[in-house]
Design a protein around this ligand. Structure first.
Ligand code: ZN
Ligand code: ZN
Length: 367
């Protein structure tokens, strides 16, 4: 059998190893994608550091990617009913949902499917078909998996971050209760935060402010290019000054929507207090187990009619929403990708993601 390579996490915190595995025959309806680019997500760093309870070792990480169809078994159509053929550039849903359960059918929230897995997170590479993450030359997609033939007017690699960060941000904005003209805030200007900023503006927010730490300086500058009306560094402004500034701007009301994309539960008490009564505090950044947060529930939530909104991953509607947002050209998404590495340097990609040297790092696996 033909062999192909992938970057593998064999032990947490150790450099990824290049390994080869056989390309196993496709089952009926399955598709093998040739990966051209894979995104490095903050979640990949958590997996690599051993903080994600879903990840079995050894594994090929990578749940963000694009590529083209290498081989397929039987006929296959994309979500728009267009026939797919080998050589077609495609996007695909990163989550593997059953399509038949209560959450997939009745509640229409496939992100909550109890058997949901994710390519690049949930599967070991030890058993065939091995290639179940995007840090590899191929990805083996199961039968009946949602795919989108790429016909968007944008460089394909610019779409890579849309496949996770962008989709998650779209899910956060959809569930935020945002009304046209609302004042919104994003906390944490990483890829999810920058996508959230763009999605909020696209969805009709009147004004969006964004906050980050001193380490986020270059990301805050990028946020201004994406249309944030104000971007500030919480390490140089005190809590009182931040509150005064926001309350002054909103005539004492506070932000109607805060999307906390920081990934740190510890910042919640500071920001949730600023949320306007009747508003939403949403936490799309929380993707791994974290410490407990004390909340004065009467004053902070109950008395304010506040909506504390969880955002677990996304579904194919959010993927499509994010891809269209990137392709519509109103936001400089091409600037998001600050670092590109070959597959062999995946470990360096994880390192610059962890240190925030990059806004978004991607792996260029082939042309
Ligand atoms: Zn991700
Ligand atoms: Zn299901």
């Amino acid at each position: 059998m033909e062999q192909a390579t992938a970057a593998v996490i064999e032990d947490f915190n150790e450099p990824l190893k290049m390994r080869s595995f056989p390309l196993t025959p496709l089952g009926d309806g399955e598709v093998r994608v040739r990966i051209t680019h894979a995104g490095i997500c903050g979640s990949d760093v958590h997996i690599w550091r051993g903080h994600d309870p879903r990840a079995p070792l050894p594994m090929i990480p990578g749940h963000e990617g694009i590529g083209y169809i290498d081989e397929m078994s039987g006929e296959k159509k994309d979500i728009f009913g267009r026939t797919l053929n080998p050589g077609d550039a495609v996007l695909w849903e990163r989550g593997v949902m059953c399509g038949d359960c209560y959450y997939c059918t009745i509640r229409k929230q496939p992100a909550l499917c109890p058997t949901r897995g994710t390519y690049g997170i949930s599967y070991s590479c030890e058993e065939p078909p091995h290639f179940l993450g995007c840090y590899g030359t191929y990805l083996h997609l199961r039968a009946r998996h949602p795919m989108i033939k790429l016909d968007l007017d944008v460089e394909p690699e610019v779409l890579v971050p849309a496949t996770c960060s962008g989709a998650t941000a779209a899910h956060a904005v959809e569930t935020s209760g945002l009304q046209p003209g609302d004042f919104a805030m994003v906390v944490g200007p990483g890829p999810v935060g920058l996508f959230a900023l763009a999605q909020l503006l696209h969805a009709g927010a009147g004004e969006v402010w964004i906050a980050g730490t001193h380490a986020d300086r270059s990301r805050l500058e990028m946020a201004l290019e994406f249309g944030a009306a104000n971007a500030f560094d919480v390490d140089t402004m005190g809590g009182d000054e931040i509150r005064e500034c926001i309350m002054d701007k909103t005539r004492g009301v506070g932000p109607n929507v805060i999307l906390d994309c920081s990934g740190h539960a510890g910042v919640l008490p500071q920001w949730i207090d600023l949320t306007a009564p009747g508003g939403t505090y949403s936490i799309p950044g929380i993707a791994t187990p974290q410490e407990e947060i004390p909340l004065e529930i009467f004053r902070t939530v109950a008395r304010k009619n506040l909506r504390l909104q969880g955002v677990w991953v996304s579904d194919t509607s959010h993927l499509w929403s994010a891809a269209k947002l990137v392709a519509n050209g109103a936001f400089p998404f091409e600037k998001l990708i600050t670092h590109t590495f070959p597959l062999e340097e995946a470990t360096e990609g994880l390192r610059v993601t962890e240190s925030k040297e990059s806004v978004k790092a991607i792996l260029k696996i082939m042309d």
